[in-house]
Design a protein around this ligand. Structure first.
Ligand code: BG6
Length: 506
């Protein structure tokens, strides 16, 4: 399908979607609601079916009832019983252990039956929403049962959820195992940050406008800063989180996606590989930190008890599933350098963490100050920096801050914002963030999915930091109270460079 057809919003071709690990929250809260939203926009064909596959001993009727009991809550304001009936009639369940030999023949039989019943024509999309240990065994079993064979003009694709490895070696091993049974063009490594409208808009903003690109470089940009702050603690995911930590959970995936879109060169086209080639180049150009860099340019933190918006949070170490002596970080701040002509000398600062003062994801491009401060003998104090801020969530939009004269006889400058607000301009579009990603996977467009080399390049950057951190256990954890902006060292890291984090309203 061409880019033009894609843009025209055609329904996807006939197919069946199989979700492994369908008993988990992702299916109820995100995937089925996303399919519902796609159906509402008429982007799914009649010849469509969904098969949930998990260990839980359920049948199709019980699975349908389970999903039905929650769907209304996850498509707020747009629930239509007729549309739900349409989805429900296409929803099936196969129970089975992914390590058991009977599971896959049973699944294959179900799929053959659906092909007849719903006309899905043998096209299959598998979604691996399981624990990562199952990714490679499931892909291998699918190959062994002929379920990823694309001969005869049909397509078979596999979406792989995160975490994609826990270090460079395991990511490489997972890539090798998947590539032994699938072609790269069949593998869709998903990162849900790329499903966010504002993240997709970075490409449009940069490359569909003539005015920003000429100043998008080291001559005009002082630095870039990215904040991804969450107010929640680890909630019920302590077991997973304590093994992963903030770095693995957020940085080589979500945050590096943001960096690659902000920092990439213009691609030669919007084809998947052209875009991903440029993203990959940026990731490979991030300077791998030396152990000395890690000590001065990477900060880790763990939250202690505190309060956020009147809600009390316990010590991270007191959360369910977390050992009382845990050394796992729940906060990371870093300064990265990108070794490229465009970005040489422009630091990229990032901070990300749980239990912080506000929920906010934003990217700030801070421009250099004017070369000459003409106002130095006036009452004007410091000039306001020109910040271009991409607001990813919860508010979605873009703002540009500049200095303006405050009305009156005195010469006084004020910082003002020119703002674009998505919801105000386009109205709120009900979405889970998975619609576009599922739609693209069914169309065969890999642009918003990570390629093997991108994943490996990202791990190569964070690996040296994780190594140093492992060798030097943190002292003084917990080192920030829940409800603050993280450890003081994160502020100091910028202060040492004569900079500061953009203030964010709590
Ligand atoms: C997930 C992480 O990938 O992203 C979570 O595992 C994190 O720990 C979440 O909370 C953040 O996603 P979002 O879309 O809420 O920013």
């Amino acid at each position: 399908m061409s880019n033009q057809e894609r843009g025209a919003g055609h329904a996807v071709p006939p197919c069946a979607l199989v979700i492994f690990g369908a008993a988990g929250d992702l299916t109820k809260r995100k995937l089925i609601p996303a399919l519902y939203n796609l159906a509402r926009q008429k982007l799914l064909p009649d010849e469509f079916a969904i098969v949930g596959c998990a260990r839980a001993e359920l049948d199709t009727a019980a699975f349908r009832a389970q999903i039905a009991s929650e769907i209304e809550r996850h498509v707020p304001g747009t629930f239509d019983p007729e549309l739900w009936k349409w989805i429900e009639a296409r929803l099936y369940y196969v129970s089975g252990d992914f390590g058991e030999p009977h599971t896959f023949p049973k699944l294959k039989e179900q799929l053959a039956d659906l092909e007849k019943r719903h006309g899905t024509r043998g096209n299959l999309l598998f979604y691996l929403a399981t624990a990562p240990d199952f990714f490679a065994p499931i892909a291998t079993a699918l190959r062994d049962h002929g379920l990823v064979d694309e001969s005869g003009g049909l397509w078979r694709r596999v979406i792989v959820e995160k975490p994609f490895g826990r270090d460079l070696a395991s990511a490489k091993a997972l890539n090798a195992n998947l590539l032994a049974v699938l072609a790269e063009k069949q593998i869709y490594r998903i990162d849900h940050y790329l499903g966010k409208e504002t993240v997709q808009n970075i490409l449009v903003f940069r490359f569909a406008n003539g005015i920003f690109e000429p100043i998008w470089n080291r001559r005009y940009v002082d630095h870039v800063q990215i904040t991804v702050s969450e107010t929640l603690g680890v909630e019920k995911r302590g077991g997973y989180y304590d093994r992963a930590g903030c770095m693995r959970d957020m940085v080589p995936n979500h945050i590096f996606q943001l960096i690659s879109l902000v920092a990439m060169e213009p691609p030669i086209s919007f084809d998947a590989d052209a875009v991903r080639d440029e993203q990959s180049k940026v990731l490979r150009a991030i300077h791998p930190p030396t152990p000395e860099d890690v000590l001065s340019s990477a900060v880790r933190g763990q939250y202690g008890a505190g309060g956020i918006n009147g809600r009390a949070l316990p010590d991270y170490r007191a959360e369910t599933g977390v050992p009382p002596s845990s050394h796992t970080e729940t906060f990371v701040a870093m300064k990265l350098a990108i070794d490229s002509w465009r970005w040489n000398g422009v630091p990229f600062y990032l901070r990300v963490g749980k239990a912080l003062a506000a929920r906010k994801t934003e990217i700030t491009i801070r421009f250099r100050k004017p070369p000459l401060v003409l106002f130095r003998n006036t009452t004007v104090g410091d000039l306001h920096p020109n910040d271009l801020v991409i607001h990813v969530q919860p508010k979605e939009g873009i703002s540009l801050r500049f200095g303006a004269k405050v009305p009156g006889a005195r010469l006084e400058l004020g910082g003002v914002d020119m703002e674009f607000d998505y919801a105000e301009r386009f109205g709120a579009t009900p979405a889970t963030g998975y619609e576009r990603l599922l739609y693209d996977a069914m169309l065969g467009d890999q642009t918003l999915f990570q390629r093997a080399d991108m994943v490996e390049a990202s791990w190569s950057v964070v690996a040296p930091i994780l190594d140093v951190w492992q060798a030097l256990p943190p002292r003084g954890f917990p080192n920030y109270a829940a409800g603050t902006w993280g450890p003081r060292e994160a502020e100091l890291m910028l202060e040492r460079d004569g900079r500061s984090w953009r203030p964010i309203e709590a």
